[in-house]
Design a binder for this molecule. Structure first.
Ligand code: NDP
Length: 451
């Protein structure tokens, strides 16, 4: 089996050079599937590994937009429609200068299994652009979103592919994208999720990934007769996922003491001031340096003071760490520091934030681990609830959506846990989540023949 997996991985590297994050994601998933692949040869007979690692469709296009000086700027737009075996493509759009095909493919590949794990009928996709929203005026953001949608609209639709937000794409960007889609097609349809409440959005979508991540952590702790009550938590990031992780941690009686952005990290021993964090990051899009100015009792450390790739949040003693910013932000050195400081659980709010070496070290040291494709599935779950409300023209209350989210996060945990048990690695939620997600998609691909 290992020889077969190596062959698939070599083939991917040959056909798609330079896509490191994509290889990393595929490597993690394929090796964790070994117990399933050895038990049932049908996946081999149907060449599932070869098929599932290649996107059904990859769209790359030029996005020309006009800046405030009247100059034409050019970026690249991407949509990778990875797998539609169990439903229409679904996955966010990321606007960040680091975006390239390898990043979008890693995110799209992860999304296939995450979406399957939710138990809902949604396929996997991801998209975005190397456009950097930082420092752009509101009008520039609008013109960029309109230019991107002028091409993207040809490839998406409420029954075909329904994008959402991710890094750099929040309610404002979804609004501009939706407006342009409506203008071009003449259709007011649920083609995007993360919409504002007034025009088709769902209550609790904004909060869903962060809340869901905390619900998932709570399920892990409860399984081992522990709870979040009184736990010191470190969180990285200060965007959508991090802010609502911090909010829910307070609700559940825990104490979140850190947050970070691309310039630096805040350590606030008495607990992060949620109101000032929301005002600075969510409303005014400022740097966390401003948080340090209005909260003089916190410690602010610029990321440049840290060795390359290290994150100050992981040096702060904690019971639970919630990496919620970006990929590969928690490395082996960070994992060693977390273990030395007595951390009991790492719960991934971001996609693939923990490096493979760090994951292995945490496992060796018996640290509980909530893998991103399960722990951060609350966002896509609630996106699907938004699609259901759009399709039936219903509007559920915040409490109704939050109850469903909590229930689905419990189901995701149970599925990952029970699957790990079934394959002889009880409590290994990485294997449990990968096998459960893969099995559902692969079985559906087999049912549907050689398409
Ligand atoms: P946002 O854009 O809202 O926030 C991202 C945060 O991470 C910002 O605080 C940003 O800093 C910080 N950040 C980004 N890159 C770096 C970096 N290289 N080093 C340090 N900090 C960085 O994104 P989200 O909160 O939506 O997404 C965070 C993670 O969660 C991503 O991995 C995303 O894929 C994942 N995710 C998001 C979902 C969602 O519903 N939004 C769903 C599932 C997963 P700054 O403010 O300076 O830009």
């Amino acid at each position: 089996m290992e020889t077969h997996i190596k062959k698939v991985l070599n083939n991917i590297e040959e056909c798609s050079p330079g896509q490191e994050e994509f290889y990393q994601a595929v490597h993690e998933v394929l090796y964790s599937l070994v117990p399933l692949l050895e038990e049932d040869e049908k996946y081999d007979i149907h060449n599932i590994l070869e098929r599932i690692t290649v996107p059904e469709r990859t769209i790359i296009f030029r996005v020309n937009w006009i800046d405030d000086n009247g100059k034409i700027q050019t970026n690249l737009g991407y949509r990778v429609q990875f797998n539609s075996a169990i439903g229409p493509y679904k996955g966010g759009l990321r606007f960040h200068p680091s975006v390239n095909l390898g990043i979008i493919k890693f995110l799209g590949f992860e999304q296939i299994f995450k979406n399957a794990l939710t138990g809902l009928q949604i396929g996997g996709a991801k998209g975005g652009s190397n456009f950097d929203p930082k420092g752009k005026s509101d009008n520039e953001i609008m013109r960029f979103c309109q230019a991107l949608m002028s091409e993207l609209y040809k490839h998406i639709g409420e029954r075909n592919d329904v994008p959402a937000g991710d890094i750099g794409v929040g309610a404002r960007e979804i609004g501009y994208l939706f407006g342009q889609y409506k203008k071009l097609t003449g259709e007011f349809e649920g083609v995007l999720t993360g919409k504002a409440i007034n025009w088709g959005g769902s209550h609790a979508r904004k909060e869903a990934t962060g809340y869901g991540s905390v619900y998932f952590a709570d399920n892990i702790l409860n399984k081992y007769d522990k709870s979040l009550e009184g736990k010191i938590c470190t969180v990285s990031g200060s965007g959508n996922v991090a802010i609502y992780t911090i909010e829910k941690l307070y609700d559940m009686g825990a104490l979140p003491v850190t947050c970070s952005d691309s310039k630096g990290t805040i350590y606030h021993e008495k607990g992060i001031d949620l109101n000032s964090l929301k005002a600075i990051k969510e409303i005014n899009h400022q740097s966390l340096e401003v948080y340090a100015q209005v909260n003089p009792d916190c410690i602010y450390t610029p990321l440049s003071h840290y060795p390359e790739g290290r994150h100050m949040a992981w040096d702060i003693p904690c019971d639970i760490a919630f990496p919620s910013a970006t990929e590969n932000e928690l490395n082996l050195e960070d994992a060693k520091r977390l273990v030395a400081n007595g951390c009991m659980l790492v719960n991934e709010g971001a996609n693939m934030p923990t490096t493979p070496e760090a994951m292995a070290y945490l496992k060796e040291n018996n640290v509980f681990f909530g893998p991103g494709k399960a722990a951060n599935a609350g966002g896509v779950t609630t996106s699907q609830l938004e699609m259901s409300q759009n399709a039936s023209m219903a509007k559920w209350t915040f409490e109704e959506v939050d109850d469903k989210l909590r229930q689905i996060m419990r189901n995701i945990f149970n599925t990952a846990y029970e699957t790990s048990k079934e394959f002889g690695c009880e409590g290994d939620l990485i294997a449990g989540a990968n096998i459960a997600g893969f099995r559902k998609v692969a079985d559906s691909m087999i049912d549907q023949g050689s398409v």
